[in-house]
Design a binder for this molecule. Structure first.
Ligand code: SAH
Ligand code: SF4
Ligand code: F3S
Length: 469
């Protein structure tokens, strides 16, 4: 292949020597975990001699960190590769090489098939092996295409280098921190158990050390990430110094002790893993923000069963009651799928009833997308596209109404706001309310990283305008 020979002639010196002066651009699709992984991949490559760039056309290495959750998400990648191929040609005309890599969940799900469909791709690396990226690039340089999609036994996080403090500081005052990866739940619609593998929890000490590093670099708010974040468990110490089993609730209590860590969040939770200690954390921890993303997917027991969610609608509603009893002002957010195979009009009405009963502050809703290799794709009773469209429209209209009512209810209230960054308009800053809404204030109200008390003056579609009090 033409590309291989060119790369071959480029191969000389040590790994870092080769990377020196080269630039990497990472484009991220999908969930927050991909955002976190993209940063850590960048960290590994920077440690290897690359510089990160925001300009794809300027990059010697382009990585697409992909998402496989719905067909549309996965297909986007191929159209993007088509565009990059054109850019690669233009750069080649100027005598510059471009290496194209696909990482993330499409990489894991499709592996070498990606190169058959898109021969411009040089490397395919799955989510468990990012720590091997420098070695993979070394192989690509010496003239090969590389596919690396093992579920590695070694811990990727332990091997990924931490970024320099200045780099962490540049990334802002809020940060993601992955504490758990993978999923053992096997909902029948979902690819995640196949793309991310089985549930793995990071050890307490690793998590605490990373949180402390973030805070030292100026981070005020940390969001703990996991595909099933509340399935996180680990070995910690009890009050007598004895080793005991911790759940996410206990971990949050521990992280809340870190001086300077003002705000904690976590996502995404599964209803089956919401235990008493986690609910107690919402009651007792001031720094745990009053926001819970707890997907239910459907309000119909028949559909929940077919989805293998392993709980009933009623269980979810009672759980929400308990969480609200612990933290009355908590905002509930969720995910919904309409048109799962076999979903009748009556099943859909059950979802609408559940949404009315819960009253969501925010939610994501999707049309069911059959995914290759999942049990749902093989089921009978696929719902016609037009019916899915109608149901999605009705559901979204209700969810938007609830979200706007929630946002509107903020007007006149005072609340602490974490100033995050400069606003789009000169003289403005954007902060974050405890309920995750962007809050727009005058830049004189406070510096980035400060938590200030503001009064909400008006509400837009999703954002709030505020004045300091
Ligand atoms: N781990 C999380 C969600 C992961 S995927 C959880 O357990 O809730 C994010 C959301 O995408 C899911 O909550 C679901 O609503 C949606 N989703 C997943 N697979 C889908 C599919 N095949 N079609 C449509 N939506 C899907
Ligand atoms: Fe997918 Fe279900 Fe696991 Fe969430 S719990 S990642 S929806 S299989
Ligand atoms: Fe997508 Fe993978 Fe996240 S499929 S939603 S990027 S875990």
């Amino acid at each position: 292949m033409e590309l291989d020979t060119k790369l071959k002639s480029d191969a000389a010196g040590t790994a870092s020597g080769q990377a020196a002066g080269k630039k990497v651009f990472v484009k991220t699709y999908g969930c927050q975990m991909n955002v976190y992984d993209s940063q850590r991949m960048t960290d590994a490559l920077v440690a290897d001699g690359y510089a990160a760039t925001d300009d794809m056309a300027d990059a010697d290495l382009v990585l697409l960190n992909t998402c496989h959750i719905r067909e549309k998400a996965a297909e986007k990648v191929y159209s993007e590769i088509g565009r990059i191929r054109e850019m690669k040609k233009e750069r080649a005309a100027l005598g510059r090489e471009t290496v194209i890599g696909v990482t993330g969940c499409v990489a894991q799900a499709e592996g070498a098939e990606i190169m058959r469909r898109a021969p411009a791709v040089d490397l395919v690396v799955g989510p468990q092996t990012y720590h091997r990226l420098p070695a993979v690039l070394e192989k690509v340089r010496s003239g090969g295409k590389v596919v690396e999609t093992d579920y590695a036994l070694d811990d990727k996080f332990e091997h990924l280098p931490q970024p320099k403090r200045a780099e962490l500081a540049r990334r802002g005052v809020t940060a993601f921190l992955t504490v758990q990866e993978g999923c053992d739940k096997f909902c029948t619609f979902c690819v995640v158990p196949y793309t991310r593998g089985s549930e793995v929890s990071r050890p307490v000490a690793q998590i605490v050390a990373e949180a402390e590093r973030l805070v030292e670099a100026g981070v005020r708010e940390v969001t703990l990430l996991g595909q099933n974040v509340n399935a996180w468990h680990g070995e910690g110490l009890d009050l007598e110094g004895q080793s005991t089993e911790w759940g996410l609730g206990r971990l949050l209590f521990r992280l809340a002790e870190i001086p300077g860590l003002a705000r904690l969040r976590y996502t995404t939770s599964h209803p089956r893993d919401m235990d008493d200690e986690l609910i107690a954390a919402h009651r007792d921890l001031e720094s745990l923000m009053p926001y819970l993303h707890l997907p239910v997917q459907s309000g119909s027991d028949r559909i929940l069963k077919a989805m293998n969610r392993r709980h009933k609608a009623e269980d979810y509603l009672r759980l929400i009651e308990r969480v609200r009893a612990a933290r009355p002002d908590i905002a509930i957010s969720g995910d919904f799928i309409v048109g799962f195979p076999g979903e009748t009009g009556e099943d859909f009405e059950a979802t609408m009833r559940l949404v009315r009963e819960v009253n969501y502050a925010s939610a994501f809703s999707f049309k069911y997308s059959p995914r290759p290799g999942t049990p749902g794709a093989e089921m009978d009773g696929h719902v016609p596209e037009q019916v899915k469209d109608e149901r999605l429209q009705r559901l979204q209209a209700l969810l938007v109404e609830q979200q706007q009512a929630f946002t509107g209810s903020m007007v006149g209230r005072t609340m602490p706001t974490l100033i995050e960054k400069a606003g789009r308009q000169a003289g403005q800053r954007v902060g974050r309310s405890p309920w995750l809404q962007p809050v727009i204030v005058d830049e004189k109200a406070g510096g980035i990283g400060e938590i200030i008390e503001v009064r909400i003056m008006s509400a837009g579609y999703n954002s709030l305008h505020a004045e300091p009090v």
